[in-house]
Design a protein around this ligand. Structure first.
Ligand code: G3P
Ligand code: MG
Length: 393
């Protein structure tokens, strides 16, 4: 290990509390970035009067691209490095289905972007509605594939393929065609296109990355989201079959996503602490045993460096610097969201140490009574961060 003393941030400590942010309506609105978001993150990155670094992650119901692509976009917009390990999207926990279903139809997003994400997750055979429309354009009578769509659609014979599961990854760009295909498969014989099951009970399972009925963009009023598509599909299925459609949901406010988010947050806090411990000066470490370092994970000491030279650190230090700290859970996780039904419900439902904060920059309309009451309400994300930091100190 070589340590560049210039990289040591003097006196910065790592907070025992942490943050999780919703994205749409809190950090961004469509192509626009919420102006206060940059400063909010600067505060958490250590530029605050307490010289404390506060770990944070993002938990969005959105998706349609990889976690890496999303983190790069956030880094550019927010002018700070966001890593892919800090980002959970609606479809991220669907990774866990990789060994459960072989042939999957991935719905939503632009072109074949979601198909690529699913393949990266490890799904073996991934198909899209565009592939199905290429196989037989009459599937969706009023939509002719564009040149762009044709360039990403692939050739398969869907009369011979059994779709095992329908995964709605992101918002549909073509409700009419996607609904025709989804409903046909739900009522099919074993997930084969062009067939129908007499009792409507042989179709594939359907999974939704989230259930947001509306979401906030840069348009004046909220827009219908994946939850609205779900309502529509369930209503048509009921009308046609007389049966209720069973669906499996991911995203906020589901417990599975909460468990996943906690795991990701713990890993991220661990990484931050590991980085900081590896920057502790030799003198500081001289008095600490391995056990003592492990017992003081929250307040690693930073060196007052008086030299700009790089030191080759002795083996002893290397061993100590690599200790994996077994950290306790965050004392409080502040969750900042704009949608009471998904964000506030998510933060309020699963663990008392999560503290919900509702902002006025997205779906929630200031002055109305939210369906799920937050612990605190703020104008925007910057106010939320300031409120939490003051509450902690
Ligand atoms: O499609 C995205 C939207 O429904 C919500 O995203 O970041 O507010 O959870 P977010
Ligand atoms: Mg939101």
């Amino acid at each position: 290990i070589r340590r560049n003393r210039k990289q040591v941030i003097d006196h910065v400590r790592v907070a025992s509390y942490a943050f999780a942010f919703d994205i749409d309506g809190v950090i961004v609105k469509g192509p626009e970035t919420i102006p206060e978001a940059k400063e909010a993150l600067r505060l958490l990155n250590g530029e605050n009067k307490y010289n404390i670094k506060v770990p944070y992650i993002f938990v969005t119901n959105g998706g349609g691209r990889s976690e890496k692509a999303r983190s790069l976009e956030l880094s550019t917009r927010l002018e700070t490095e966001v890593t892919q390990d800090q980002v959970i999207q609606g479809h991220t926990p669907m990774k866990d289905l990789v060994d459960v279903h072989k042939n999957v139809l991935v719905v939503g997003g632009v072109g074949d972007a979601c198909k690529k994400v699913a393949l990266e997750y490890g799904f073996k055979r991934v198909f899209t509605p565009l592939d199905i429309m290429k196989w037989n354009p009459s599937v969706s009578p009023y939509h002719n594939l564009t040149e762009e769509e044709l360039s990403v659609a692939q050739d398969y014979d869907f009369s011979k393929i059994k779709i095992d599961a329908i995964l709605v990854f992101a918002d549909s760009r073509n409700w009419a065609a996607d609904q025709q295909i989804i409903l046909e498969l739900l009522m099919s014989r074993n997930g084969v296109m062009g067939t129908s099951s007499p009792n409507f009970d042989e179709g594939p399972g359907i999974y939704f990355a989230h259930s947001d009925f509306v979401w906030a963009t840069n348009y004046g009023l909220n827009r219908y989201g994946m939850g609205a598509l779900q309502v529509s599909i369930a209503a048509i299925f009921r009308e046609h079959t007389g049966k209720e459609l069973g669906v499996i949901r991911f995203g906020k406010p589901q417990r599975g996503t909460f468990t996943y988010a906690n795991k990701v947050l713990t890993q991220h806090r661990q990484e931050i602490l590991d980085q900081h411990v590896s920057q502790v000066s030799l003198n500081d470490l001289g008095n600490l045993t391995e056990g003592e370092v492990a017992r003081h994970p929250h307040k690693p000491v930073f060196s007052d460096s008086d030299s700009d030279s790089e030191d080759e650190l002795p083996l002893d230090f290397q061993r100590l610097a690599k200790i994996t700290l077994d950290i306790p859970p965050a004392s409080t996780v502040y969750f900042v969201g704009d949608t009471p039904e998904s964000d506030i419900r998510f933060a309020n439902s699963h663990d008392a140490s999560w503290h919900s904060i509702l902002v006025n920059t997205g779906v929630y309309e200031a002055g109305t009574v939210p369906k799920y009451a937050p612990k605190h309400t703020c104008e925007n994300v910057l106010e939320a961060v300031k409120y939490a930091i003051e509450r902690e100190h």
